[in-house]
Design a protein around this ligand. Sequence first.
Ligand code: ZN
Length: 306
Amino acid sequence: MIVKLKKGLKVGNSIILDGNKEENLPVFISHAHEDHLPSRKTRAISSSLTREIANIRKGRELIKADERLQEVKVYDAGHVPGAQMISFYINDKKYLYTGDFSVNNTPLINGAKPVKADILIVDATYISSEYIFPDQKEVIKELKDIIQDNDKKIIYIFAYSFGKAQTIASWFDKYKIEYYVDESIYKINKVLNKHGYKLKGKNIGDLRITHKFLKEGSVIIAPFNKRYHVNGNSLKVGVSGWAIQPWFKYQMKLDFALPISDHADHRELLKFIEKVDPLIVFGFQTNKKVFEETIKKELGIYAVGL
Ligand SMILES: [Zn+2]
């Protein structure tokens, strides 16, 4: 019924979720992260923001779908700006597909709210009980302290350029912390601001060149791949869901690793699935065995890992 494709999922013979077009099926793209985008120009159901970000990031155009699929509804998925969940009916059964999702509100986005469905297809990245994230506000407080305690250094904050970078930026805006962003992040912020967001970070240009001119006390948000381009008197902070694992800080050669995730964690997933109250739940981006055992044990719902 639900088939995992080389890219994305196919539900019956009805819809492709976060993958490449097949036959003449409609395609839903939940958000503009690369691993969810089709490999070529595609007509897809998606938010207009997802389409625009997809177009600047990869040049892989998303075109607005014609509304031939009936009873389709979309909802905020949290995760990143523009991310959506989708519900639709096949043979009188209601399906809910979350895409990547988060239930947490941030200054930037509203978290996903559960929607009742018969069949749930859920992002279960962090289903394992080892993944319980601290409150985001607390982590940001820690980050504020790190910045304050190191005002004689140049502080680099490394994060994914779409999603985490803007989450941190929105907290900085809220707390009136001045900061720069690498041009790759600035490009995305410009699109977001066109869509009503109000991100303030100044463009520092390409950090690989401009890091030479930074002054002590500057705070810069940049993507992880630029972490080798820093000045001597600097402090490197990485922000990621994976920072909950002790290896992350050392492997990424960071001074601090702070766990902020754009995905639901173990407890949030269980609560969300319980509220959707499906007959069956399919989990993707997950350890199949852990997913199936955890859901059956904790919720008594029939679960299939994809
Ligand atoms: Zn994503």
